[in-house]
Ligand binder design. Sequence first.
Ligand code: PFF
Length: 485
Amino acid sequence: MNQERGNWGSNIGFLMAAIGSAVGLGNIWGFPYKMGRSGGFTFLVVYLLLAIFVGFVIMMGELAMGRKTGKGTIGAYHTLSKNFKWVGWLAVFAPFVIMSFYSVLGGYCIEYLALNLSNLAFAGAEVMTGSDLFGAMLTNQFGCLMFTMLFMVICYLINRGGVSGGIEKFNKVGMPALFVCLLIIIARALTMEGAVEGLKFMFVPGYAVKAGFIEQAPGFLTVLATAGGQMFFSLSLAMGAMITYGSYLSKEENLVKNSGIIVVADTIVATMAGLAVIPAAVANGIQNGIPFAEIKLSGPSLLFVTLQDVFAAMGAVGPLFGVIFYLLVLIAAISSAISLIEVVSTYFMDRAAEKGKEGNRPRIVLLVCLAIMVEAAIVAWDGLGSNDMWVPFQNSLGVVGAFNDCWLDFMDFWSEGLAMPLGALLMSIMVGWEIKPKTLLDELHVGGSSKIDAFFSFSMKFVVPVIMALILVGQLNDFLALGLF
Ligand code: PFF
């Protein structure tokens, strides 16, 4: 059946690709900061519980849906369900929209990589501060557009190579390389004077407030919703990515074990990313007399302002660490982006196959990338709101800057804020109550995992829907600044 669709060359190749999808910008700029401000170690425990009872369960469910049906997201929902057929569309819409800004951020990474490379080549040249640099980059609209396009060209070249010839090949080299870069940066970061303050911010419960990084610790429901939203985005769930990747996996492989490995690897890399960025950012802040409350520890500013300042302050070796760091972020961004592109491309490939034709992969991938480029052009031109472009519904809820402050926020709301949690909620209801867990358990038993039945069924039926509903409300609360809790 899968003969013409293509397959992963090996289980390890599949794992590298799935981990590559999971490990992305979300790990580097989301996890460490959210952990720090939400109670350090306490957050980690909540995150791990959610990862086991919700993330791991959905991961198994998605991989099983893909492999059982041998189809991409839309085809899988169509084959399995009567009432939830349309959910597949949600899970193709979300990755398409996410790519509108993921590609722009990927473009920024290339620009910073190039910049550090040139600083390395022309040692002694004056280095701009992170914020001056970032500001200049965002308002150079044409430049942003070009770098976004370059990022998309790289992704296109990988995706057109196919599942094993492109995606797997890239990740088999990219993931180990990312890991090595991460270790180098961690070693440098942890030996900086004052780094221990960053470690305390990340791990010691209550330290973020006590030391003055933030004013007030969030309440438990907020922590739960934050950890849930983060876990979800980080594991690439409800975006069709794991359904799609699962559909290319051989029938012999053990999905339970594979799901466990992906969840554990993603969490380890997120924690490691924290060790690489937070201590360095905090140490540099201390050395320059910046109050803790003013150090930017999350989002684009962390990557493109705070850390660039860290590298600039390191003297002659700074650009070298800058090159290593932005290279690792770029690899993380590419490996996630190609999984998002593959979700959309696989749909068209499958559609061609249904009509009895052989899908022309290079052409399909090209069209998908071009369509993404159109929406990405708007986000790139907007420059995170720096260029005063009109944004739909801007401040429409009366909260200045809370919703749709810029085009990236607008796109992020519909995808990460709405489509992702809603899709996962509906998926769990479909599996738990319509088609019943048994349908997927057969698939999960392949390879010898049979002790999973009670856990999978119970979680899918009761735990996942409740937590997903909470995460959905949490995301809306957050994105729309509703102030519910
Ligand atoms: N997991 C990626 C990250 O942490 O940045 C983002 C992502 C990639 C989400 C692919 C969803 C997806 F399908």
